[in-house]
Write a protein that binds this ligand. Sequence first.
Ligand SMILES: Nc1ncnc2c1ncn2[C@@H]1O[C@H](COP(=O)(O)OP(=O)(O)OP(=O)(O)O)[C@@H](O)[C@H]1O
Ligand SMILES: [Mg+2]
Length: 261
Amino acid sequence: MSAIPLSIETRQLCRRFGDFEAVRGLNLQVPQGSFFGFLGPNGAGKSTTIKMLTGLLQPSSGEVYLLGHNIWQAPIEVKRQIGVVPEKLHLFERLTGGEYLEFVGAMYGLSEDLIQARSEELLELMELSQRNDRLIADYSHGMRKKLALAAALIHNPRLLFLDEPFEGVDAVSGRILRELLQDLIARQVTIFLTSHILDIVEKLCDHLAIIHQGQLITAGPLQEMLDRLTGETPAGTASLEEAFIQIVGGQKNTRQLSWMQ
Ligand SMILES: Nc1ncnc2c1ncn2[C@@H]1O[C@H](COP(=O)(O)OP(=O)(O)OP(=O)(O)O)[C@@H](O)[C@H]1O
Ligand SMILES: [Mg+2]
């Protein structure tokens, strides 16, 4: 039996939208301190799962435990300790980045001095401090992502949920972000991440789960998964991209549009 405590555990987690089952009987186990990649094709149920894990969407059935608490029974206790960058960002457009961080810090009950010090550092790190009178309404897509990440970090969470954090972020900021996430892992923060950029997932994550059509297909340490696949690959080498395509049943031959001959 593994002695490592779990930061996230779900039991038979389900979510239906009408007749459609978006998430079906999901049993996830995320070890404390892991960098956990949650992968799946478009529409697989990743964002729906993250919303249920973070208290944003009520499950149809099943249970969610974060840091030992049932999020739906002790939401405040849990939310104090987690940070979330959701798929769709809901920022307050008429605030500046600094004002937004001030608001979020106050929501978490941080002192004014602490908010001031942390937001200055976060804005600097995210390269958002140059024009600090600019309203969020005038931010670019990538700037919004970075501000959302800063807001998710201001209360120093122990568990971080990131739904596509690299989407739309430039190469320089991408590297800053990767280094920041690695720093957090070194400080025992658990990170639960979805991304379609498999190169980054392969470099950063140590654990992986793949879902397809709402069901868990495989989960475990990344290296074990790659090793298993390496054994099955004729060339003896396997990238995460190959593993992913094989696991979710993608086709290797290129499909063509009938009128493009
Ligand atoms: N509010 C909703 N009402 C109806 N169907 C929904 C709703 N939210 C999600 N779905 C459906 O649930 C399925 C899973 O959606 P979800 O957003 O979780 O996918 P995803 O894995 O995050 O995909 P992507 O990689 O494209 O972000 C999709 O078929 C989607 O259409
Ligand atoms: Mg999604």
